[in-house]
Design a protein around this ligand. Sequence first.
Ligand SMILES: Nc1ncnc2c1ncn2[C@@H]1O[C@H](COP(=O)(O)OP(=O)(O)OP(=O)(O)O)[C@@H](O)[C@H]1O
Length: 322
Amino acid sequence: MGKIKKLEVIFNERAGNGQSKSTWKKIEQFLIKNDINFELHKTQHDGDGVRIAKELSNTQTPDSRILVIGGDGTLNQSLNGVLVSNRPETALGYIPSGSGNDFSRGINIKKQKPLILLQRMLAMDEPVDIDIAKATNQTNGEQKYFVNNIGMGFDASAVYYTNHSKRKDVLNSLKMGTLAYVTSLVKVIKLQGGFPIDVKYGDKIKHFDDAYIVTATNHPYFGGGIAIDPKAQPFDHKLDLVVVRKITGLTFVKLFVKLLSNGSHLNDPNVWYIQQPEFSVNIHQSEQGQMDGEELNKHEFDFDFKSIQHKFWIPININEHK
Ligand SMILES: Nc1ncnc2c1ncn2[C@@H]1O[C@H](COP(=O)(O)OP(=O)(O)OP(=O)(O)O)[C@@H](O)[C@H]1O
């Protein structure tokens, strides 16, 4: 703990439907009680995490550390801010306090209490490498980085309908955000059609006429704990791609039950997946996209995906993942 002179805290008080405030309160009390110097940088608007993280990364001193407190979206924005800064190698600390918290679930720290995580983080001498992923837009070269997944089609539409549901705020205020997501899923099942995609990996090309769920994923989870790919590992330097074909009726229900119960959906003939260091995906039909639960808007997708690593002040036990 001795070497850290200052913690720069990026905090999203809207994360977890506002429940992140109680996490911050505990952390703030601990920092004050233990005389640890900190500065609070609250995200003031949607998307603010990128700007704040970039500024902090540009001006960071060797004895300060950046700590992100929020959900997957805030972590995603902070990572993207650091990676476009003058010091893209800047490590990030993270204490999950969102609604879904899929990244913390994927790296197996979700059950640790915030104060335990904080103390273990402060005791770390060196940051650890964790896989993240880079998506490069083939059309304009724009790069985006993600910690969980980029989804096109079904899960992205679910994110879209949840965010734009008139009932979302009411349900969130009743702490029933999951119900908003489930209501959206029912809508998506009715409205989402199949779409053609091409996947290139190694020297192979795979074409689907009727993809329904297309998710490039760094670890098993999306949608707040749904294990779309139980085999994905955030330390294997590979990114997974899961493609589910458009199916309806009882076939769909059976697959959904497998997905939610034991992960055996990966063996279903309507599901295809690969684990590769890099691959590309081309979807020449306008579809919804999501990146770490944030909307990517509706458009065609031409992405090169690559597994890369970033340094984090997160006390993980890599042996648990071997
Ligand atoms: N001051 C703010 N006012 C409104 N929105 C904000 C503010 N600060 C951040 N945001 C937005 O809040 C959104 C949700 O943040 P985040 O993803 O961290 O929480 P969450 O959705 O509860 O968690 P998870 O993604 O883990 O489910 C992000 O899109 C972020 O841009």
